[in-house]
Design a protein around this ligand. Structure first.
Ligand code: MRU
Length: 349
């Protein structure tokens, strides 16, 4: 049997001190890895979706901070620290919704503040970024294995956007659940929402599932409703960009309508996410900042424009699913069930 190498969208070259990112804007057509030494270019890569998906954004920003520390080294200690903090601010300004970004930078910031020897800062930050990356990889495998326990035998599973190996250090969250369930022989079919506007489902999830020969069928986002109503979906699993203390979940636009459909038709609606996606600092989804992106992503794609010139468009990239519509949350520490406020508080304690 042909073995397929696992997807690694983010790599760190420890000898040359370079970040290497798989350019996800070119998938599935081309597999191009780009090298980064300049933190400003890493910030642009996050903004432009070269690297995307909440945990992957956190990992990339952590390595971006390492690049900043290496570039700032040699300056007077106070200048050096200000220089690294400047880069951190630039990363924080890239994408507002995925809390993993802010979580990863906070971890780096804590070490920067605590380091007594400025010469050691780059090395300490590099060690931490590698740790963040390795922890994410381990968390995804564990999420997958825990989540697979919820998937029924012979399941037709629907997923939205890409919460796969590409969106994480590897293995994925929602796709991690699907991968683990597939290994257990439980997957009959994965329905892949194409996920407008920039097709993370059609381009990225489809690419991941196809290369691993997991049975999958692409559908337009608007097909999901009638498919669920006709009893052809047994289980829905999605990722998350931020989970509030009460269990409200921000994820790719189009997730909320799926949760309503799931509730209407009695289909389990499961969210898969690592602890780094929980935001204990906010009480509910109302406080989650939802990114608005370039309207050009709605009026066209990759140089093709389908809307008439001058047509206004709204491009809110995420929506919020209320906790009441979430059947379970699969984490690396196990499965959370309602009531979420207590389950989340005890998880994060
Ligand atoms: O805009 P994107 O592609 O970064 O959005 C990604 C998602 O919404 C994912 O579902 C989420 O980040 C979870 S990834 C494990």
């Amino acid at each position: 049997m042909k073995t397929v190498t696992e997807i690694r969208p983010i790599k760190w070259d420890p000898r040359r001190k370079r970040l290497i990112l798989l350019d996800q804007t070119l998938l599935p057509g081309e597999e191009v890895f780009r090298e980064y030494q300049d933190p400003a270019e890493v910030a642009a890569a996050i903004r432009d979706l070269v690297v995307r998906g909440a945990p992957a954004i956190g990992c990339a920003a952590a390595f971006g901070v390492v690049l900043a520390a290496l570039g700032c080294a040699g300056e007077q200690p106070l200048h050096s620290e200000a220089c690294i903090r400047g880069a951190m601010a630039e990363f924080r300004a890239t994408r507002p919704t995925a809390v993993n970004l802010f979580w990863a930078i906070r971890r780096m910031e804590g070490l920067l503040a605590a380091c007594p020897d400025p010469d050691k800062i780059p090395m300490i930050l590099e060690t931490e970024a590698i740790k963040i990356y390795e922890e994410d990889l381990a968390a995804c495998r564990s999420i997958g294995d825990h989540g697979a326990g919820l998937v029924p035998e012979g399941a037709r599973v629907l997923t939205h956007c890409n919460a796969g190996g590409l969106a994480t250090a590897g293995y994925g969250t929602a796709l991690g659940v699907i991968r683990s369930a597939h290994r257990q022989g439980k997957i009959r079919m994965v329905w892949v929402d194409e996920t407008r506007p920039v097709f993370q489902g059609a381009r990225l999830t489809a690419w991941e599932l196809l290369r691993e020969a997991i049975p999958a069928t692409l559908i337009t986002d608007s097909t999901a409703g009638s498919l669920i109503a006709s009893g052809k979906v047994d289980f829905i699993v999605v990722g998350a960009d931020r989970i509030a203390s009460n269990g409200d979940v921000a994820n790719k636009i189009g997730t909320y309508p799926l949760s309503v459909l799931a509730d209407r038709h009695g289909v389990p609606f499961v969210v898969a996410a690592p602890l780094s996606t929980f935001d204990p600092g906010i009480a509910s989804g109302e406080e989650i900042p939802l990114e608005t992106r370039d309207p050009g992503e709605v009026t066209g794609f990759k140089g093709v424009t389908w809307a008439p010139e001058g047509m206004p468009a709204l491009n809110v990239a995420f929506d919020v699913t209320p906790a009441s519509l979430v059947s379970a949350i699969a984490t690396e520490k196990g499965i959370l069930k309602p009531p979420y406020p207590a389950a989340i508080a005890s998880l994060l304690r």
